[in-house]
Design a protein. Sequence first.
Length: 367
Amino acid sequence: MKRVILALSIIFAMLMLFSCGQAPLGQMVKPTKIGNCVGDNLWEMYEYEDKLFFGTGDGNQNTGPTTVWAYDLSTKEFFESGVLDEEVVNRFLTIDGKLVAPGIDPTQKQNICNYNYYENGQWHKDRNITQTQHCLDIIKYKDHMLYGVDAEVSYHPVFMSTDGGETYERLWFYKDGKRVTKNLSTARVYDFFELDGSLYAILTTNDSTKRYVESYIYDYEGKKFDFISDLSDQLSIRPYINFKLFGSKLIVNDTVYIATPEGYYTNDMKAFHKIDTGNRVLFDYTTDGEKIYALCSRVYSDGSCETSVMAKDINSNSGFENLFYFKSEYYCVSFVKKGSTFYFGTSDVMSSGAERGAILTVEWTEK
């Protein structure tokens, strides 16, 4: 618990530190509150079948089960899509046309993780993923389904299935032609990336002095991962919050964008380039098919919060430019753009106020 409180304190301190001496950027707008996710941190916002699904909960505090609230973009109504046996829901994916929520931290028996999927208006659950505490990311690559997991029990941070999850193989990572065996009990794969036809994984391990962050490429025929690059000193990584290494990731035009809480991008998973955020914490990315948008927040010494949005053209090599900003009681950590409307999810990891988890909107027309 002390480690969790320390991690949350560091995030809050970064928000405060980044705000020092900085003037507001972009055009000031006034957001509209349209609802609230029952005073919970709104870690993830995801559009699926003309609805917004909200990921909430707190794996650090061992809460749960977790209600997955949603918002119908057509009727403008909130509804409870279901309750998942998870302490936190912080990632949604679309796999084979279905909405999927990886079993980040199940409330049920440990060392068995859930595969949660939404079909015909209901959430369903498979419990086939054994010998791991946390399923952190899932991706389907060709006919292989890969699961990034916590390797504390299995000593394998990736499981792979070719039969829809009925059976699994445990995959090895290789560096300099040898199996990676050092610190495997601490190994986790938090994120997969499919880039230019190849699949990559980010492997983390820890020893008593350092956390190692490395990129690997998947050998489909050999069913193994081969070392690409050591990213440990390239990326400024925030403390783990609810089992996420990167706060957000987005892949557009064979370019990977990540939030750490600083912003980075890469075209090859070897070298990451820093995004100028103007000393703001970058929490999330989204795209409307024409532009890429970045969500930034900061907290001032008087406790007031500022949320701002930057954007860049998808096909442009230029950097992000400031669009707008607004003030709110809590800072924003997730967002989606639908048409001319931005939807924002608020949070405050250091508070339990009733307004935490509010959903705000901003109408924005490109000039």
